[in-house]
Design a protein around this ligand. Sequence first.
Ligand SMILES: [Ca+2]
Ligand SMILES: [Ca+2]
Length: 162
Amino acid sequence: MVAFSGSNVTQVSAKDADFGENARLTYKIERASYNKFQINSDTGVILVTQPLDFDKQNTYSLQVIAVDNGWPALTGSAAVLVTVVDKNNHPPRFVPISQHAQATETAKLNSVIHTLTAVDRDALPGSLRYSLVEPITAVDRDGRDVKTNTMFKVIEIIRLKV
Ligand SMILES: [Ca+2]
Ligand SMILES: [Ca+2]
């Protein structure tokens, strides 16, 4: 999950068996990792204050306390474990993005000429699917674009010669 600043995560509440000011509670985060969360001191609503990224860290442990307004003030505490839910927020990437493969002109049909690997921080290894994007373009040995029709003509000429 990528949660944006201000998103509600959860709400904690505490009970106080006293009355009046002795039961009026203020909520605080006593201990948290990375300062990514804030608690509304009156309501106990916990907010995300910085973006979360499952692929970097997928759980956060918070220690929250409720303090009453009595004298002396008394506190109660609770642990809140925040689990980040993954979203597909990273595109697949080829490394490097430009690659070179060689194939001999006598390469047999279906022989392997190159293996590409892409990485995606959301995906499990081996779970990506690959496909060629049409049109596939070609250049001749002088660097000129080869049109499909031209290619057919060349093949026809060779056949005629044979
Ligand atoms: Ca992805
Ligand atoms: Ca993700």
